[in-house]
Design a protein around this ligand. Structure first.
Ligand code: PMP
Length: 405
């Protein structure tokens, strides 16, 4: 593995300062920074082969189409999907979940059917299902969580029945960092023949994801959270589902034959890719996955475990700091509050020290409601962060506390 100085040198933004202080970036859960190779990939498209994909017969269009399809293959191999046809490009996690919620609802859902999610979900894995339930007269059921921020598995098992038509849960909570037992969730759902969608927005970048071993029916994630560009994401779906589901958008490229009487659809995966796709983003994402592979996913996970343990030790030693989310299975995300100090005030003062943390509900209001709070301060760490940066955060928090004392 490269040493940490070499890794940080790959990300030009990490070398900048804010308010004349070195940037300490702990908002990786919201979006990650980009290595130079990803920035270069986007520049290469625009400077040497930009042309719309799957349309032209000309040289550049062939080049961009090939690069786009090679990117699909790269994603397939990264998540170990069986076939390229099972990998659909979308605008991101939100786009992927909305697409499946719409298509699945149209194809399979009847009044009284049940969809199960968890209390840990991001709004992107709540609202599309609520919209679907409203349209179809279905019922949304929610797996409760305990004080540590873990789902209560026995309650989930009790919810499963022949009425369960789909289970959609996050792999990792963006608000608390909890890693969910997705393998067990999937096995239990399959025992009542319910497919499972896994929201991988916070999972894909912290470990090895193998959709075949996981046996999920759908797996979704966003490029920008795994060091790739914004505006590109993935919807993986088992072929048997994707071939049965109707498309969620109509337009160019997703069709086979169009007449005013009847339109037939393109084959997989193009049936789900309407209009000009973000091919530049797809090419950038593939470069980001190459980068992650070059560092090594196991090495990333080991380094992040070490950073989590140091951060937990430093932050939990601070008097009047309370950590929310204390599962033993966590990614390096620490959500916390300081006694009697509003999270926005703390966040703003930390910002002036050059430390970027997120404050608020993290698009997971129900999680906050579960703990009776209106938000937290969240430090989301990743492999390019350092022990020294964690010490700067701990020192910054001590300073905030002393300012309010
Ligand atoms: N799910 C989870 C768990 C997330 O953390 C996020 C992003 N914070 C999303 C879904 C939505 O991702 P995007 O905004 O990239 O569509």
């Amino acid at each position: 593995m490269k040493n940490i100085a070499e890794i940080r040198a790959d990300f030009p933004i990490l070398g900048r300062s804010v308010y004349d202080k070195p940037l300490v970036y702990f908002d990786n859960g919201a979006t990650t920074q980009k290595p130079q190779c990803v920035i270069d990939a986007l520049t290469e498209v625009y400077t040497s082969y930009n042309a719309n994909i799957h349309r032209g017969v000309h040289y550049l269009s062939d080049m961009s189409s090939e690069a786009y399809e090679n990117s699909r293959e790269k994603v397939r191999s990264f998540i170990n999907a069986g076939k390229k046809e099972e990998v659909v490009f979308t605008s991101g996690t939100t786009g992927s979940i909305n697409g499946i919620a719409f298509s699945f609802g149209e194809r399979y859902i009847k009044p009284g059917d049940e969809i199960i999610i968890s209390h840990l979900e991001h709004h992107a894995n709540i609202v599309p299902w609520q919209m679907m339930c409203e349209r179809k007269g279905a019922v949304l059921r929610v797996i409760p969580v305990n004080d540590e921020g873990e789902i209560i598995f026995e309650e989930y098992l009790k919810m499963l029945s022949s009425k369960t038509k789909l289970v959609s849960v996050t792999q990792v909570s963006n608000a608390l960092g909890t890693v969910l037992p997705v393998n067990e969730i999937i096995t239990a759902a399959h025992s009542v023949n319910a497919p499972v969608l896994i929201d991988g927005a916070q999972g894909i970048q912290h470990g090895v994801v193998d959709v075949k071993i996981m046996d999920c029916d759908f797996y979704v994630f966003s490029g920008h959270k795994i060091y790739g560009p914004t505006g590109i994401g993935i919807l993986y779906g088992k072929e048997k589902w994707l071939s049965e589901l109707p498309p969620f958008q109509g337009g160019g490229d997703m069709v086979d034959k169009v007449t005013f009487e009847k339109t037939t659809y393109n084959e997989l995966p193009f049936k789900f890719e309407a209009g000009t796709m973000n091919f530049t983003g797809a090419i950038g994402l593939a470069r980001a996955l190459d980068y992650v592979m070059s560092i090594g996913r196991i090495d990333i996970a080991i380094r992040e475990k070490y950073l989590l343990s140091h951060a937990t030790e430093r932050l939990s030693a601070i008097k009047d700091l309370k950590i929310y989310g204390n599962s033993v299975r966590k990614i390096p995300t620490i959500s916390f509050l300081l006694k009697d100090i509003h999270q926005y005030d703390a966040g703003m003062i930390l910002d002036k020290m050059g430390i970027a943390v997120r404050t608020g509900t993290h698009c997971a209001q129900p999680v906050m409601d579960r703990y009776g709070i209106d938000g937290t301060i969240r430090a989301s760490i990743c492999f390019y962060n350092t022990r020294e940066e964690i010490d700067i955060l701990a020192g910054g928090i001590e300073k905030v506390i002393s300012m309010f004392a």
